[in-house]
Design a binder for this molecule. Sequence first.
Ligand SMILES: *Cc1c(COP(=O)(O)O)cnc(C)c1O
Length: 468
Amino acid sequence: MKYISTRGTAPVLDFEDTLLAGLATDGGLYVPESWPRLSRETLASFKDKSYAEVAYEVLQPFIGGTPDNDRFREILESAYQAFEVPDVAPVVPLGGQHYLLELFHGPTLAFKDVAMQLLARLMDEALLRRGRRATIIGATSGDTGGAAIEAFRGRENIDIFIFFPEGRVSDVQRKQMTTPTDSNVHALAIDGTFDDCQALVKDMFNDADFRHETGLAGVNSINWARVMAQTVYYFTASAQLGGPDKEVAFSVPTGNFGDIFAGYVAKQMGLPIAQLMIATNINDILARVLKTGTYEIGDVVASTSPSMDIQVSSNFERLLFEATGRNAAEVCRLMRELTEKRKFSLSSNVLDVIRGSFAAERVDEVETAKIIKDMFEKDGMLLDPHTAVGYGAALRSDLPVSTPIVTLATAHPAKFPASVEKACNRQAEEIIVTPERVKVMMKQDETYETYPNDLAQVQDFIRQKKTD
Ligand SMILES: *Cc1c(COP(=O)(O)O)cnc(C)c1O
């Protein structure tokens, strides 16, 4: 498989180069040159297969033989062994046609583990084959950092440096980044905001000498391999609910548009999906663009679902590329307009294409808390705030009642105990069943450095600490 940039001028790459490149050199995002199609027979066979076996069938066409097929199977088996439950992503009925797809059984209790565990192994393998090392850098507002550190700890050919805003992540999130003792892991608390952390990462990537000297690579959600890995659970969920003979809808709590774009990819590959519901919190740029056709950047407002507190949704560019009929010149024009005017408007054609596959709903803070409380009181079941936003949007879907609708449960409630406690008006310890490995982790010692928001100092730290 070859990969092309949404902006049309970056070099065409194979899978491993795309994996290691992250962002394309023209500022665009890599997408496969065409969508592989799976036959109905293949889709029908998924209900009798393990998660890793389905992953192999779904992902092999994107990999194209490097790593070779046997090795790829081994990597998949190993990646999903990191999950607490054998089926990796169980589907749980919620009553009526509503279901939850539990994606939080990985080591850091958020869905980002599902992709990151695979990404880290594929990167390590690609580097080994090339006789190279890489330095991963990433900024996090909470979930990505822990998932990345957990996936990359102890990998042979990679050092990882994660920057988080000092004092602005939850205790569980910080401990997930600061308790691993592996020598290739470095967590840095930056005296600043998440935006400052992100700006540091961006500046380091723009420093060509530094980038070259350290072999910089990124793991944020614009990396194609993360989106790719997330397509698998759409297939396994559909197979459990009668697919491909029955259409299934998905409601996806959305920030950077990576997870839901994976659903779109599954649909392009032939999975019968009735609707992809974009569920946003009060940071509702995506819900607004679907309603009005105008994509307009507002101010980020802090919410109880912080992993969705985003205004510029990077992966939306991939959908624009698709909806414009893969017109890179048009994508460039829209992105330029966004930089200059902080907004752009979609033509009615493009908007119609998007509305053909997607719906969108905004769920505010009051409703999110109410959903958590009602669900707990009715069924004794706890949703984390991100999942509650997804379920709130699913409840508003206009689909026929015969269509199953699956809400993606993107985090475990134990990761956001304060919000759950407040919504239910009960002590967190009384109602949340905290996984054993989290209890153990919370008692472990932390090691991390605190740094001012200063590019040169952080770069020096990386030069000193990375493995030669
Ligand atoms: C990252 C994250 C999201 C948003 O996913 P995107 O791919 O950025 O849309 C939703 N929920 C949780 C818990 C997350 O960590």
